[in-house]
Design a protein around this ligand. Sequence first.
Ligand code: PEP
Ligand code: MN
Length: 514
Amino acid sequence: MTSNWSPSSWREKPIAQDVVYEDQQDLEKVLGKLRQLPPLVTPIEIDRLRAQLADVAQGKAFLLQGGDCAELFSACSQDPIEHKLSLILLMSLIILHGSRLPVIRIARIAGQYAKPRSKPTEVVDYPIEGQEGKTEKREVMSFRGDNVNGFEVTDRRADPERLLSAYFHSSATLNYIRALLSSGFADLNAPRQWSFSHVRSPSLQKAFEEVIDSLMDSLDFMRVAAGGAGAGKNEGSAARGGTETVDFYTSHEGLSLEYEEALTRAVQPSSAGNGFSSFARPARPSGASSSSRANSTVRGSSQRGEEKPEQQQKYYNLSSHFIWIGDRTRQLDGAHVEYFRGIQNPIGIKVGPTMKGDELVKMLDIVNPDNIPGKVTLISRYGADKVEKFLPAHIEAVKNSRHVVVWQCDAMHGNTKSSETDPSLKTRHFVDIISEISTSMKIHKELGTILGGVHLELTGEINEDGFSVTECIGGSMDLMDKDLSLNYLSHCDPRLNYEQSLDVAFLISDYLRA
Ligand code: PEP
Ligand code: MN
C-alpha cells in the first residue's frame, strides 16, 4: 500500500487546471452516482497491459497510441468509432509488418474528454438575447472538454452532469469497441473491410495491399507449420497476435480528478493464486462525503468490517486501462502526481522542454518507487526543432537512475503552429512530425536506449463525400496550408487524417525494419 495515499488524498494538494463548479451539491450528487456505477475495465486487463508495456520497455514490442485531441460526445457514434478502430488496427499491422514486433494498441478513446487550456477564460462574440444575429464581446470560460462545458460560447458554464455523460459516452464507445472486436472486426483474414476503400491514393492502396498479402502469407505459413487450429496465436506476455481478435486498450488524460477518484476502486487480493481478483468495489462506501477538499481523509476501504486489512488491497482506476499526466499538471507536489502515485494502472507522463532532469527522476521515484516494469511511459513532446536539445539529457538522467521506463514520442504537441492563410486555425506539418519521430529514434539508438512507441493525434473521420479531415499540412496527399479550411473539424488540436496516419505508420515501419 502506498503510504499516506487514498483515492482522495490529492484533495490536500494544490491543483493546476482546476474546474470550479458553482454548485457543490450538484457535483456531489453526480460523484455519488459515479462511485456506484460499474467499472468500465477490469484489473486483469490493466495488469495485462502493464505486462505488455514491460515488453515494450525491453524492445520486445512496439507501442502505438493515438486518437483525438479531445473526444466529443457527438462523435460517440458508429462511423467515427469504426473508423478510428480500423485506422489504429491498420497502422498496427503496417508497423508489425516492418518491425516484426507485436504492436500494443492504446487509443485515446472512451474517456478523452477533459482538456487543459493555456488560458482559463477567453473573449468571444456572444449572441445578444432577443437581437437576432447581433453579438457583443464577452469573457467566458474556455472550452475545457465535453465533460466540463460545451464548445458553443453560450454553453461554457461548468456543468457537473457532464461528468456523468462522460461516463455513459465512454461506456457506449467501449461497448461498441468490445462488440466489434468480439465479432471479428479485427480478424486478420478480413482486413480489407477496415474502411480502407475511401483512400484515394493509388500508392497508399498498393503499399497496403502488399502488407496484407505478405502478412497473409506469413499467417498461412504459421497455420501450416502449427497444423491448423490456433495458428498465428502468440500467447506470451507480449501482444496476443491471434488472427481472430486483438488486444485494444483505452486511455485518456487523467485531468479531472473528481472523475478519476470516483472510478477508482479497491481490489481485493484473489483467494485463488497470487493475482488480484478482477472484482472491484467502490473505493469509498457510497454515501460517504468526498466533496470537501479540506475534509479528505475518508478511506474507502477501512469502513467495512468484513474486508481484508487495507495494506493488502490495491487501487485501480477502472475508467480506463491507461491514463496520463499532462505537461501542465505534472507538478511534483501537485494534486495530479499525488493521485497518480497510488493507482496500479500503467501511467504516462508528458515530458516537455521545461522538465528538468532531476525533476524527472524525482517524479519516477514518486510514482513508481518500486520500479515496477511497464508502470511508467515517458511521453516526450519537445518539437522537431527542440528534440536534439532536450531528449539526450532526459535519457541520461533516467539512465543514471534505477528506473526502467517506456520511452514514447508524442510528435504532435511540440509541433503546433498557426496556419499562414488563417491564423485562427492551428496546424501541424507532417515533416515536423516525422522529423521528431526519426530524430528521437536516432538519439535513443546513440544512447543505447529504445524508443518504444509513438503517441499521435489522429482521426479516421471522413465527411459525407468521403473526404478526410484537413487539419495537418503535408503527407502523401500533399495537403497545403490553403487547403486547411476545406474540412477542418477539430475543436482542439489538429489531427493527422486517415491517409497521413497511414503515411506515418509506413515510415515508422521502415525505420524499425532498418
Ligand atoms: C494532449 O495530449 O492533448 C495534451 C494536452 O498534451 P500536453 O499535456 O503534452 O500538452
Ligand atoms: Mn492535444
